[in-house]
Design a protein around this ligand. Structure first.
Ligand code: DAT
Ligand code: MG
Length: 151
């Protein structure tokens, strides 16, 4: 397994519902390393760039309105296999199909209000972190628990 980075974002519904601590906690407890964290009001152009692969979809305008409707919590997480693992912690896109124990499975009911985003590949992880964070907003640090989390 490789050390990867993923972009995780608590969407405006997760923020408004007071789920920020709960959601961050799940990634912390798993043992991933937080490298960037901020509360941010996303401009339309950034939301459109982030979701550019979906721009031809009928739900695209609604998606952009939703993501820009209030503050989001932007995070960069690092770890071995973090991209796929974070997607498992998050659960599938439609919360009604997401397994109990996942964030969407436990905390949401509708695709259009699925509380959290996670990058779908290591390449997109890098792309999205570069898109949402400026230079100087990410921290390099050494976790003291390192040897207790990985060999
Ligand atoms: P995911 O967020 O699980 O990676 P995605 O990348 O396919 O899912 O889509 C991005 C977001 O767009 C998704 O979290 C919610 C919205 N979305 C996707 N499919 C949708 C649909 N069929 N109807 C409404 N919104 C949708
Ligand atoms: Mg996606």
């Amino acid at each position: 397994e490789e050390v990867e980075e993923t972009y995780i974002m608590i969407k405006p519904d997760g923020f408004q519902r007071g789920l920020v601590g709960e959601i961050i906690s799940r990634f912390e407890k798993k043992g991933f390393k937080l490298k960037g964290l901020k509360l941010f009001q996303c401009p339309k152009e950034l939301a459109q760039e982030h979701y550019k692969d979906l721009q031809s979809k009928p739900f695209f305008p609604k998606l952009i309105n939703y993501i820009t409707s209030g503050p989001v919590v932007c995070m960069a997480w690092e770890g071995i296999g973090v991209v796929a693992s974070a997607r498992k912690l998050i659960g599938v896109t439609n919360p009604l199909n997401a397994e109990p124990g996942t964030i969407r499975g436990d905390l949401a009911v509708q695709t259009g209000r699925n509380v959290v985003h996670g990058s779908d590949s290591p390449e997109n992880g890098k792309r999205e972190i570069a898109l949402w964070f400026k230079e100087g907003e990410l921290c390099e640090w050494t976790p003291l628990l390192g040897p207790w989390l990985t060999e």
